[in-house]
Design a protein around this ligand. Structure first.
Ligand code: SF4
Ligand code: SF4
Ligand code: SF4
Ligand code: F3S
Length: 435
């Protein structure tokens, strides 16, 4: 195994192949706080890519209700259990050590546990031939994509004999909670699916980091399905080969025949259909060390690296996923920390008390079809201020300004201009009640 650097873990880790980084990386930020669970993204993907025979249970984009929902069922609990068992076997802990974040190399500290690549030899004997710790879900586990939708557990709630909550809920945590988790393939920097395939049928594109399965080379071995810790490689029983999210690459290439926007990259189907405006997509520049190139004008760079308001899902798996999440404000922090790592409190504080820059960038989510490569802010007047409580219990003053944010596409053309305060338009009297 080669030694590669994983900045999400703040350390080098073992991976079956030498590091090779794309020029740009497909990435996105999903704001969990805004998702309404409408599944429009899910249907946008399905109606575009997975409506054929053999794809009936195939949902490249899915939105599951946490903590109970999952597609395939209990994917997170199952892989975490395997990882936990491997750590017990080695008398190790899945712990994070606090370290200084030097030049973006360890923003969340250093992960002291093992990844799915490093722990494989310590798990069950049947994994002896595997390169990645994982499991193959049963058919039944794929059969109910939205099981437990909108199911809320009582988190330490005291109820009376009729089930009514005895005491009132106090923020910043709701004691009864659920939230939606939007999931697509993470187009990982160190894909577990690619590492596991004995046919070398999976590759990562050098131009945009998109991870694809060569449908001609694939022989249906399903080691990729077993290995992907996020379970985003899916076997097609009809064609007998495996498929996965292709990041709507014709759109990234600016070649989607249905949209003519001068050949510039445009957002994927699931992103551009999002009703809740929770998604912001990008193609971020990488350097030779596998780090994001510093770019204070790129909205994704600011969200992920500068402000650290958006976090990777289960970074300890070690694949360096490229979909980032703004964690939900009111869910129990312990639950969120096991999901997004030690950066949760900082991220939620940033979101609860946003800087002018963050508030402006949040307006860019789903405001245009082109992928943004740059943004600029024009200062506006102050609207109001308000006291907010941070994770530590300390108070802070949130000041809101009516700034305007301008987004630019790949060729530097302005493609969106939005302000923090939404303008109000009054229907003219001549068209009053015209419906
Ligand atoms: Fe592969 Fe899974 Fe990562 Fe997608 S999420 S690139 S399928 S390991
Ligand atoms: Fe489907 Fe495209 Fe979204 Fe991937 S990026 S989940 S292929 S719509
Ligand atoms: Fe959530 Fe947007 Fe998908 Fe609706 S379309 S479920 S708001 S991510
Ligand atoms: Fe390889 Fe997965 Fe096909 S392991 S052969 S890409 S099913």
């Amino acid at each position: 195994m080669a030694d590669v650097f994983n900045w999400q873990l703040g350390r080098n880790m073992k991976y079956p192949y030498d590091a090779k980084y794309p020029q740009r990386q497909f990435a996105a930020v999903f704001n969990i706080n805004r998702c309404i669970g409408c599944q429009t993204c899910t249907m946008a993907c399905k109606s575009t890519w997975t409506f054929s025979r053999g794809q009936e249970y195939m949902w490249w984009n899915n939105v599951e209700t946490k903590p109970y929902g999952g597609y395939p069922q209990f994917w997170d609990v199952k892989i975490l259990n395997l990882l936990h068992e491997a750590h017990q076997h080695q008398n190790k802990a899945m712990r994070w050590k606090k370290t200084k974040n030097q030049e973006g190399k360890s923003p969340y500290g250093e992960y002291e546990g093992m990844t799915v690549f490093e722990s494989v030899e310590y798990e069950h004997p049947e994994n002896a031939q595997s390169r990645v710790l994982g499991y193959l879900p049963q058919d039944s586990e794929w059969a109910k994509p939205n099981i437990h939708e909108d199911t809320s557990p009582a988190h330490g709630l005291e109820t009376d004999r009729l089930g009514f909550v005895k005491k009132t809920v106090r923020l910043p945590e709701h004691e009864s909670f659920f939230f939606y988790l939007q999931r697509i393939c993470n187009h990982c920097t160190y894909p577990a699916c690619l590492a596991a395939c004995p046919r070398k049928a999976i590759y990562k594109r050098p131009e945009d980091g998109v991870v694809l399965i060569d449908q001609e080379r694939c022989r249906g071995y399903r080691k990729c399905v077993e290995a992907c810790p996020y379970k985003k490689a899916m076997y097609n029983g009809q064609t007998k080969v495996t498929e996965k999210c292709i990041a709507c690459y014709p759109r990234l290439e600016g070649k989607d025949a249905s949209i003519t926007l001068d050949g510039v990259p445009i957002e994927t189907r699931c992103m551009s259909a999002c009703v809740g405006k929770i998604r912001l997509q990008g193609l971020v520049e990488m350097n030779d060390e596998g780090l994001w190139k510093q770019d204070a004008e790129n909205p994704l760079y600011v969200l992920v690296h500068k402000l650290q308001v958006a976090l990777p899902l289960y970074p300890e798996f070690g694949t360096e996923p490229n979909i980032y999440y703004i964690p939900p404000r009111w869910a129990p922090r312990s639950y969120l920390r096991q999901m997004f790592g030690p950066g949760v409190d900082r991220a939620i504080d940033q979101y609860a008390n946003p800087t002018r820059e963050l508030l402006a960038i949040l307006q860019l989510f789903r405001a245009q079809r082109e992928i943004l490569f740059k943004f600029q802010i024009q200062n506006g007047p102050k609207l109001f201020d308000r006291e907010v409580t941070l994770s530590s219990g300390k108070k802070a003053v949130l000041e809101v300004y009516d700034d305007t944010v301008i987004g630019y596409n790949k060729v530097g053309k302005e493609c969106v201009r939005v302000s923090v305060q939404e303008p109000v338009y009054e229907r003219p009297k001549s068209h009053f009640n015209s419906i």
